[in-house]
Design a protein around this ligand. Structure first.
Ligand code: NAP
Length: 242
């Protein structure tokens, strides 16, 4: 059975990617950290479209928990191969560097960057055995450009971009592609406090993007036909200068 694991699938961009991959026939593992109600909602939508999925909660920033929960799932489901991994779970906690606490730095780095390592290394083994895989890392314009007030987040996302490029060269000959998607402003809980009316003047298409528009790009990179695209960062940002 072909499976896809989407971290942070309870809300926003991850939710849209879960639904899109289920529509494409994947059995979807919906990861989330704590919002079980929203995760159940994603699962319900998938069931309504006759898709298949299950919830797999774990904190992507907690090394032992990832090993325990995801490692156990992999061991107990030898018939299900995770062909697609979408490292999407992320947080931001903005502050000017001068006032940034250790906790703000560590939480953002752990959730956005270290999580890539904890999750990907577990899934990679079976992809290498199958000689097929698609790894898609959700990064950000902030990781390409650097944004003031986000040194923690920019550093984490830039780190994932470097990891994407490096890993793509390690596993290319095993039929595994590794790419990143860099959204600009997308309408989710993460951007809820931002003033779209003011910010849209900066965006050539004059609006925030939708989670479904990022999901569409993820589905493209996840397709079999995208086999010759690897180590790339695809921006989904309405033309915002990056
Ligand atoms: P969101 O609406 O805030 O949703 C975040 C998702 O990540 C939720 O499902 C949340 O689970 C999950 N999550 C957070 N911390 C986690 C952890 N430690 N372990 C497991 N799951 C965790 O965010 P979003 O806007 O969809 O963002 C998704 C990704 O896109 C992030 O990597 C973000 O950095 C990136 N991005 C977003 C934008 C944007 O404009 N929205 C722009 C650029 C990049 P719970 O529901 O359990 O909390």
């Amino acid at each position: 059975m072909k499976c896809a694991l989407v971290t942070g699938g309870s809300r926003g961009i991850g939710k849209a990617i879960c639904i899109k991959l289920a529509e494409l026939g994947y059995y979807v593992l919906i990861n989330y950290k704590s919002n079980a109600t929203e995760a159940e909602r994603t699962l319900d939508i998938i069931k309504q479209i006759n898709g298949e999925a299950e919830l797999l909660p774990f904190d992507v920033a907690a090394k032992e928990q990832v090993q325990e929960v995801l490692g156990k799932w992999i061991d107990t489901n030898p018939d299900k191969h995770i062909e697609i991994l979408v490292n999407n779970a992320g947080i931001r906690d903005d502050s000017l560097l001068a006032w940034m606490s250790d906790e703000q730095w560590d939480n953002v780095l752990d959730t956005n960057l270290n999580s890539f390592f904890y999750t990907t290394r577990l899934v990679l083994n079976s992809m290498m055995m199958q000689k097929y895989g698609r790894i898609i890392n959700i990064v950000s314009l902030s990781g390409l450009k650097g944004l003031p007030g986000q040194t923690n987040y920019s550093a984490a996302k830039a780190g994932v971009i470097g990891a994407t490029k490096a890993l793509s060269q390690e596993v290319g000959r095993q039929g595994i592609t590794v790419n990143a998607l860099a959204p600009g402003f997308i309408k989710t809980d993460m951007t809820e406090g931002l003033d779209e009316k003011e910010l849209r003047a900066l965006i050539p298409v004059r609006r925030f993007g939708l989670p479904e528009e990022v999901a569409h790009a993820a589905a493209f990179l996840a397709s079999r036909e995208a086999a010759y695209i690897t180590g790339q960062v695809l921006s989904v940002n309405g033309g915002l200068y990056s």
